[in-house]
Design a protein around this ligand. Structure first.
Ligand SMILES: Nc1ncnc2c1ncn2[C@@H]1O[C@H](COP(=O)(O)OP(=O)(O)OP(=O)(O)O)[C@@H](O)[C@H]1O
Ligand SMILES: [Mg+2]
Length: 259
C-alpha cells in the first residue's frame, strides 16, 4: 500500500520551456506533504510528473528520476497507465462522470482493473470506498442516481472515493478544496487525516491554514520571474516552515508578504 516517493534532480518541460527545474525531494509513506507557492511556480506541473500525467500534454517531458518505493517511474518498460492506477489523482474541480450513477462513478477505475467483478464484490467495494471518503451516509439511499446530482463537496468526495477504490499507493490532490465551502473543506481535511494511515498523500494548496492543519511536511516552490523555471526552495516539517523557515522567501510567502 502506502509507498515512498523519491525525486532526484527533476526538470520538467513543456516542449522547450523549462517549467520546473532541479527538484529533489523525499516523501515518506503514510504522510501528508503540502506543496505551496505562488501561482505559476509549477506546483501542478510537478505534481503531475508523480503519476506520469504530465506527458499526456503535448510536448510534456521530464529529465531526472522519480522512484516509488525504489522503482523508477520512468524506467524502460513501465506502463504509464498502470502507474496512474497506483498513483491516484484528485483534481481541483470535482470531475465525476455526471450522467453515470454514484455507484458506477466509484467503480469506474476499479472496473478497468477487473472487468468481471462479481456484483457482491462490487457492492462491498462501493460501500468501503464511499465510507472511506466520508460520503456513504449521505448517498447510500441513492447510489443509482447520477453523480452530477451531488453538491460540489459531495462530488469531490465522490472523486476521492473513485480514486481510493483502486487501492492506490499514493494519492495526489491538486487544490482539492478550492471550489468548496468551509464545511466541505473541513470534511475533506478530516478525510485526509484518516487516509494518511493507508496512503502517501501529496496536496497542493493555496491555503496556508490548510497546509498547516493537514500536512506533516511542506514544500515551498517559487519562481524568480516570468519565463523562469519554478524551483523547490525549502522543504521541511510543516511546523518549521510556518514558524521558523530558513529561507527569507519562504518566510515572506507564508507570512503573506507576497504571492
Ligand atoms: N499545458 C501547458 N503548456 C505550456 N505551459 C504550461 C502548461 N501548463 C502550465 N504551463 C506553464 O507552466 C508553468 C507552471 O504552471 P503550473 O500550472 O504548474 O503552476 P501552479 O504552481 O500550479 O500555479 P497555480 O497555483 O496557479 O495553479 C507556468 O508558467 C504555466 O504557464
Ligand atoms: Mg496549479
Amino acid at each position: 500500500m502506502s509507498k515512498s516517493i523519491e525525486v532526484q534532480d527533476l526538470n520538467v518541460y513543456y516542449s522547450d520551456f523549462l517549467a520546473v527545474e532541479g527538484v529533489s525531494i523525499d516523501i515518506e509513506p503514510r504522510s501528508v506533504t503540502a506543496f505551496i507557492g505562488p501561482s505559476g511556480c509549477g506546483k501542478s506541473t510537478f505534481l503531475r510528473t508523480l503519476n506520469r500525467m504530465h506527458e499526456v500534454i503535448p510536448g510534456g517531458r521530464v529529465e531526472g528520476r522519480v522512484l516509488i518505493d525504489g522503482d523508477d517511474l520512468y524506467g524502460p518498460g513501465v506502463d504509464p497507465v498502470l502507474v496512474r492506477r497506483h498513483v491516484g489523482m484528485v483534481f481541483q474541480r470535482p470531475n465525476p462522470f455526471p450522467t453515470m450513477s454514484i455507484r458506477e462513478n466509484v467503480l469506474a477505475g476499479a472496473k478497468l482493473n477487473d472487468k468481471r467483478m462479481a456484483k457482491s464484490d462490487a457492492d462491498a467495494l462501493v460501500e468501503k470506498s464511499l465510507r472511506g471518503a466520508n460520503l456513504w451516509n449521505e448517498v447510500k439511499d441513492r447510489l443509482d442516481k447520477p453523480g452530477g446530482g451531488l453538491s460540489g463537496g459531495q462530488q469531490q468526495r465522490l472523486c476521492i472515493a473513485r480514486a481510493i477504490a483502486v487501492s492506490p499507493d499514493v494519492l495526489l490532490m491538486d487544490e482539492p478544496c478550492s471550489a468548496l465551502d468551509p464545511i466541505s473543506t473541513f470534511a475533506i481535511e478530516e478525510l485526509i487525516g484518516e487516509l494518511k494511515s493507508e496512503y502517501t498523500i501529496v496536496i497542493v494548496t493555496h491555503n496556508m491554514q490548510q497546509a498547516s492543519r493537514v500536512s506533516d511536511k511542506t514544500a515551498f516552490f517559487n519562481i524568480a520571474g516570468t519565463g523562469k523555471p519554478g524551483k523547490l526552495i525549502e522543504y521541511n516539517d510543516t511546523a518549521s516552515i510556518f514558524t521558523a523557515p530558513s529561507v527569507q522567501a519562504t518566510e515572506d510567502y507564508v507570512s503573506g508578504r507576497f504571492g
